[in-house]
Design a protein around this ligand. Structure first.
Ligand SMILES: *Cc1c(COP(=O)(O)O)cnc(C)c1O
Length: 220
């Protein structure tokens, strides 16, 4: 696992260089979903601090102990969030990458206020218009960002997408980058194990890599 981590970091460095971007301009989010603490610990010990999980419940089971051991861990929620899990989610996660609808945005704003708490928010965009996939439609994204920022006062720091599984990511990455640029959003979360180098070339600031760091997920 640790050697995988080093390999990915080298590849990220190479991709940064290849497209004339600064060293360390890309952040690795190590996607540890499904993996147990015994698998994650060596990667923590090797210095990785930013992790992605896709289920609130699962993360709540395994991360509090690891966060106690490594208080500078930054956890990103990269899976769908139901409004009834918001309170639990903001207790555990530092970044919620999957804000994609007004109902969820309003729940976050209300509970931030009630709990006197906040965390960074990314807007998930359904760049492929896939009906089974989460994310706001690209053509509705500007209005949604305006709602989140101006009406709800949410700290919108980034955008994220998960391109259709069976398509070349390039067009989707380009679309997400253009949405970020015109809304003056700095963070662009795109690219996974199979396409993170391509995503970096398209302007990703954050890549979410699971399999290439931890190996195949058990049960998949
Ligand atoms: C699982 C997952 C990843 C990581 O995928 P890999 O192909 O294992 O790198 C990235 N983003 C999201 C949203 C995921 O659910």
């Amino acid at each position: 696992m640790t050697s995988n981590l080093m390999t990915i970091k080298e590849k990220i460095k190479g991709a940064e260089k290849a497209c004339g971007r600064e060293d360390d301009s890309v952040t690795l989010v190590a996607v540890s979903k499904v993996h147990v603490a015994e698998t994650i610990m060596p990667v923590l010990e090797a210095g990785q601090r930013i992790f992605g999980e896709n289920r609130v419940q699962e993360a709540a089971g395994k991360w509090p102990a690891m966060k106690e051991a490594y208080p500078d861990v930054e956890l990103h929620l990269i899976g769908p969030l139901q409004t009834n899990k918001v309170r639990q989610a903001i207790d555990l996660f530092d970044v919620i990458e999957t804000v994609d609808r007004p109902k969820l945005a309003r729940a976050l704003a209300r509970i931030f206020k009630e709990e006197n708490k906040s965390c960074d928010i990314y807007i998930q965009v359904n760049t492929g218009h896939e009906s089974q996939k989460a994310g706001i439609a690209p053509e509705e994204t500007d209005d949604f960002i305006t709602l989140c920022r101006n009406e709800l006062g949410l700290p919108v720091k980034g955008v994220m997408c998960i391109p259709p599984f069976d398509e070349d990511g390039a067009e989707h990455f380009k679309l997400l980058k253009s949405i970020a640029d015109r809304n003056k959003i700095d963070i662009i979360s795109m690219g996974m194990s199979g396409d993170f180098e391509q995503a970096i070339k398209s302007g990703a600031t954050h890549v979410r890599v699971g399999t290439a760091v931890f190996g195949k997920r058990p049960g998949y």
